[in-house]
Design a protein around this ligand. Sequence first.
Ligand code: NAG
Ligand code: NAG
Ligand code: NAG
Ligand code: NAG
Length: 370
Amino acid sequence: MRLCVIWTLLAIISTAHGSPLIDATKDQTVTISNTHPLIFYHGRWDSSPGTWWADSGLKLNVQDLSALTLNLGSHTTSPLASVGVSVDNSPFYQVNVSEGANVIPLSAPSSPDFEGEKSGSTLVRINVEGWQNNRINLESITLNKGAKLLPYERSKLAFQFIGDSLSAGQYLPHGVNQAWPFLTGEFFGAEHNINAQPGATLSDIPSYGNVHGVSFEFFRTEDTGYYYTTDHNYTTPWNFARDVPPTHVVVHIGANDASQNVTDTGFFQVYDNFLTRLRTLYPTQPVFVFTPWGWPQPDGPNSYYYETVYPEIVKARHDIGDRNVFLVNTTGWVTYEDVFPGNIHPSVAGHIKIAGLFEKWLENWGLKQV
Ligand SMILES: *[C@@H]1O[C@H](CO)[C@@H](O)[C@H](O)[C@H]1NC(C)=O
Ligand SMILES: *[C@@H]1O[C@H](CO)[C@@H](O)[C@H](O)[C@H]1NC(C)=O
Ligand SMILES: *[C@@H]1O[C@H](CO)[C@@H](O)[C@H](O)[C@H]1NC(C)=O
Ligand SMILES: *[C@@H]1O[C@H](CO)[C@@H](O)[C@H](O)[C@H]1NC(C)=O
């Protein structure tokens, strides 16, 4: 009799809500909204929210994870954007995602040791790989039933890299994930943001498809790609309060200024102004200024640019009492064997070599892995 009353009540309730109660138990998944405070976003995301710039992405620490789906909106690159995925600090593997639901494999397709359900907590890291076609518009994340987001504990170290194609991973099969800044950041166990725009000058002038230089773009949410879209053909200021403040800043730029015939004096001035502006954001952090490794030639020495200017840029900071700016002399780091002959950019092995040399340089300077 009593049971009967309860069942009748339940029937009324479920009818009143338009969805039978049984659905609540049938629902096997957990949906995480893009505003969930335990999603750790890094890099540059617009308000959609959607990524710009290679290496932008998110990190999740998940309790009892066995399935993860990214639900992406209409601002996602069509037909696809390539992302790098790492689970529990595995090497990054490539996954191509598109607008709609994207099931993310939780181990590399080739990996023999897929464990299925993981007990305890699992760290998932996802970032866009490309310097173009790099937009993922995150609507929500679907996890398996019982999974739960935990706080992500971020590294004590955080790099901010600033550069051009030589830092962005242009021409590499897995983009920025194989580029020396990414490798260096990973080596030290650091957070890393990489704002590197192929073809761009530091000077704010048009160059190889860029409508602005890095001295402008670095302060914006969007990379140059905005100009080539119809759904977001504008650029907005970046709110630097959204970044984990970097502990170390690395700048490797000038190749395109040289190609655009910016004079030594002009380059010195734009770089000096840029460092002054960076100091308003990063008042005390060490800043590492790379000299060019030059363009290797099939026969004969590398061709260099602004060779005498980089030491002057660093000296100018020292002269005003800013001793925390360091010249990284990369002369000799890259030979013809380290580059793709067709475009003289470092190959996959070349980037590994550069990363190794810079890691050693930083260790000698005093930086330790965390
Ligand atoms: C992702 O897409 C690119 C471009 O179409 C393709 O070359 C690559 O093989 C794809 N990667 C995977 C893991 O399917
Ligand atoms: C974006 O806007 C600019 C004008 O501000 C225009 O020249 C350009 O062609 C637009 N890009 C696209 C893809 O429509
Ligand atoms: C730069 O100068 C060289 C040599 O004078 C010239 O051949 C080249 O066209 C110039 N490039 C630009 C972008 O002005
Ligand atoms: C950079 O290193 C090269 C090779 O060791 C050397 O010839 C050059 O003088 C160095 N440049 C500076 C500015 O120290």
